[in-house]
Design a protein around this ligand. Sequence first.
Ligand code: ZN
Length: 240
Amino acid sequence: MTATHHEKNGHPVTHINGHAVSHLSARATALRPTDLPLNGAATSASVAEQIAGDAPQVDLQAAQRAAAAFLQALGLDLQNEELRETPARMTQAFAELFDGHPPRLTTFPNDEGYDELVLARAIPFRTVCEHHLLPFSGVAHVAYLPGERLLGLSKLARIVEFLAARPQTQERLTRQLADYLAAELTAPWAGAVLEAEHTCMTLRGVRAQGSKTVTTALAGPLRADPQHRAEFLAMTGAQS
Ligand code: ZN
């Protein structure tokens, strides 16, 4: 067995026999900054890093071979002219869906002392459900209460895009958005509401066409504040 260690995007990565070992449990666990001792930026930064996780190690050729084997096992004839390139296209499509990079978060000092919610409404997102690898998509409403720093507005959409670029459940994506915002900005309060349609529910299974799933998550030391919660939910227009 050979083991090597290096840093990728600032995160330690371990390779054992050429395979990257990532801390999937850290990525899969919804962490709440409010559950951790409030001892400042170091804790917040590590929460955001754990949510971000390690950059995935991608082997496109292996994925393409596996896609071909998978489709053949389902009885598809890959010698057929129309399907010949499908394993390659399928691989590219999934690689694109999982291609997320942590955004550089441009922040500005909150010199005017702005102390109301900053909300980005109806940010479109798409991801895939981790149970069926079928797409689900919809809109995200995200908000935070500024502390000492304000975030460049386009960055809220970048955070949504980044955390959606991996197999997800809607519940976890919502939780991660709120926690990531609160942690990265050391914001006293952050919230996320997602409204999404899941193709694993609309195209197969119960075929509940047009049904929307709505999830809410709040984070930060003031997460329980009923006034911010009520104001946020009213601003999003979401029913929850
Ligand atoms: Zn599913």
